[in-house]
Design a protein around this ligand. Structure first.
Ligand code: GLU
Length: 492
């Protein structure tokens, strides 16, 4: 009998079934750009492999975790178009399981209670520093006798729980981005704390490395994709997986995002949260597009301008750089302007209308709004530019310095007087394109001036400045608000 060899797509699907990735944000702040980029890489990978993308809220730091940040994280991910496939896991709800695992580690001799006080630990680190050594826990309470331990308890000391780290141990993994990684146990700072201080007959709050291993394992995470600032944590976590006899996931460490000075992007750079970018007028499409490019190079023949929903098929970790990614405002702005220019006017208006409303600006009609965004769209880089540019249509403009100078030109007032008189006398209100062109031509001819002077003076009278979108179209729109005559008379 001939053996049927499965086709490649079938094999792909089999492989894909296993992929389960997660984003594990701590809700101690708003959704950070770096976290959002990690989310994107996880999401793209899951999508490509037909896998599952999960969310875990790491809220074990109860003091710093806030509901408003959880909300901000959900909103930010939704805004970017990143959806998760199962209800989010709330880490703090799993604390009993975490404590049970710690107990197992203690019972099996992998972990122990350390009674060293903070001042003793400070002193230890000071001495190490004086001797030119890197600060590390010197494992001083690893092998306490029962008597020593009960003396500490009698003295009222509260222990932390530490996991033993063998200095001689070599830890290796094949990182999907960074290749073969090797860590030595001696570089991990000595036995690590896995639970906070608490009375010796209990277990204190479990800490990051322990809970991550417990949760990634219980969530059956196949690939842990996170920032390279977690490399040392990965080495520690591998030791925990081994001690607990749990399946070790595959790791991929994404490059850091640096600012233009080559420093880690931080709050000092002004904007670091996804909601800040939204507030500034960046579109979700451009943000998602740009963040995917932060560390990932598109394969040959693929345009850098894409929708994330279309790019997952060509996404791979082979094209994720090891080197840090530099945040490039020009590129983000370019992508954002592309997105805005490609937007249909109705969508652009949908984006702008709430911002207009915030300023108390009401559209005379939907059609007027569409005409306005058709006029402004081509010069917009940010959504918010549309608000700035629309302002003189809704509010009386203040005259710019150049504008004032323009009106001081001898013939300017004569021209404007002519336009105003004729506007009232012989033109319909609102004025239309042909009429506007005619009136400008007439003013040029009758006042015997250059057309440029007419255009500039009229623009200043209507909108306060010398620059702006197409004057005829702008005038026609303004006149539908019946504001043109009053604005001209105001400067005369
Ligand atoms: N809560 C951690 C963070 O936000 C998660 C890191 C991880 O993915 O394991 O950095």
């Amino acid at each position: 009998m001939r053996v049927r060899i499965p086709s490649v797509p079938y094999l792909n699907r089999l492989r894909a079934l296993k992929v389960r990735v997660r984003l594990a944000p701590s809700p101690t702040g708003t959704l950070h750009l770096g976290t959002a980029r990690t989310a994107l890489f996880n999401w793209l990978f899951a999508k490509k492999e037909g896998g599952t993308f999960l969310l875990r809220i790491e809220d074990t730091d109860l003091e710093r975790s806030k509901d408003e940040y959880v909300k901000n994280i959900f909103e930010g991910l939704n805004w970017l178009g990143i959806n998760w496939n199962e209800p989010p896991i709330i880490q703090s709800e799993r604390v009993n399981e975490h404590k049970q695992i710690i107990e197992t580690l203690i019972n099996k001799g992998f972990a122990y209670r350390c009674y060293a006080s903070e001042s003793e630990l400070d002193e230890m680190r000071e001495t190490q520093k004086k001797n030119g050594l890197a600060p590390r826990y010197d494992n001083r309470h690893r092998d306490l006798t029962q008597e020593q331990e009960s003396n500490f308890i009698k003295a009222g000391r509260e222990p932390v729980i530490r996991f033993k780290i063998n200095d001689q141990k070599l830890i290796s993994w094949n990182d999907l981005i960074r290749g073969k990684m090797n860590w030595s146990g001696k570089d991990l700072g000595g036995d690590m704390v896995i639970a906070r201080r608490a009375p010796a007959d209990s277990i204190g709050d479990p800490l990051y490395n322990l809970v991550v291993v417990a949760d990634d394992s219980s969530m059956k995470i196949s690939h842990v994709i996170r920032g390279e600032d977690h490399l040392a944590n990965t080495a520690k976590q591998i030791l925990l997986y081994e001690a607990l006899d749990l399946k070790i996931p595959i790791f991929a460490h994404t490059p850091l995002i640096l600012n233009s000075e080559g420093k880690k992007l931080s709050k000092r750079d002004g904007v670091t949260s996804i909601s800040d970018f939204k507030e500034m007028g960046y579109t979700s499409e451009a943000m998602a597009n740009y963040m995917t490019l932060l560390g990932w190079s598109v394969p040959d023949g693929i345009n850098e301008r894409f929708k994330i929903s279309e790019i997952s098929e060509v996404f791979s970790f082979e094209k994720v750089n090891k080197a840090s990614a530099k945040f490039d405002w020009d590129k983000l702005n370019w992508l954002n302007s592309q997105v805005i220019h490609e937007m249909n006017p109705k969508t652009l208006l949908d984006n702008l209308e709430p911002l207009f409303k915030k300023n108390g600006w009401e559209l005379p009609s939907k059609e007027w709004g569409i005409n306005l965004v058709e006029l402004l769209g081509p010069s917009m880089v940010l959504i918010n530019d549309g608000v700035d540019q629309a302002k003189p249509f809704f509010e009386e403009p203040t005259l710019s310095t150049d504008g004032k100078k323009q009106l001081e030109i001898k013939e300017a007032k004569q021209v404007l007087n002519f336009i105003l008189e004729n506007l009232k006398k012989s033109y319909s209100s609102p004025i239309d394109d042909t009429e506007a062109v005619n009136l400008i031509n007439q003013a040029t001819k009758i006042c015997e001036v250059k057309k440029g002077l007419v255009m500039k003076s009229l623009r200043v009278a209507l909108f306060g400045t010398l620059n702006g979108p197409d004057l005829i179209k702008s005038w026609v729109l303004l006149s539908r608000f019946s504001k043109d005559s009053s604005r001209i008379s105001r400067v005369l």
